[in-house]
Write a protein that binds this ligand. Structure first.
Ligand code: ZN
Ligand code: ZN
Length: 145
């Protein structure tokens, strides 16, 4: 997303753009970005600053750290940026700053669902989809009483 500073005024300028996710190379071990990154930016000149409100829509495939399922999720980020006009060249290039915000907002722990039940340590079934076969769960319940 690259905009000429001259095109930005105090009325605001909205631009949308799709970028193939692979270009930004933001994948990590547990999170792979797929399809397109959709950017929706609104540029506004206020005195000596440019304010940019961005909405970023991402599709990602995560490997849940509890149950190890691969899940496709859509994520929406809203980032606001401020730039001092005197510090800018003729163009404002948003890509690096947005990319960095996405990386900063990476979840510490990726889960398919905050309620994910994980995998039974006894029989290895995914407890989100199947009943435990080994009775590990029942045993734990009895013990905790
Ligand atoms: Zn899970
Ligand atoms: Zn089990």
């Amino acid at each position: 997303m690259r905009v000429a500073i001259d095109n930005i005024d105090d009325k605001g300028l909205g631009i949308e753009e799709d970028i193939p996710a692979s270009i930004w190379e933001i994948d990590s071990r547990d999170v792979k970005f797929v399809d397109k990154i959709h950017l929706n930016c609104n540029f506004l000149k206020v005195n000596k600053e440019i304010l940019v409100k961005t909405k970023v829509v991402l599709s990602q495939i995560i490997t849940c750290s509890r149950c190890l399922e691969e899940i496709k999720q859509q994520i929406i980020h809203n980032f606001d940026f401020h730039y001092n006009i005197s510090a800018l060249e003729d163009y404002l290039d948003m890509d690096n700053d947005i990319r960095e915000e996405i990386l900063l907002n990476f979840p510490m722990k990726v889960l398919c669902n905050s309620e994910c039940k994980g995998i039974c340590s006894g029989c290895g079934v995914n407890l989100n989809f199947e009943e435990c076969k080994c009775g590990n769960k029942v045993k734990t319940k009895t013990n905790s009483k």
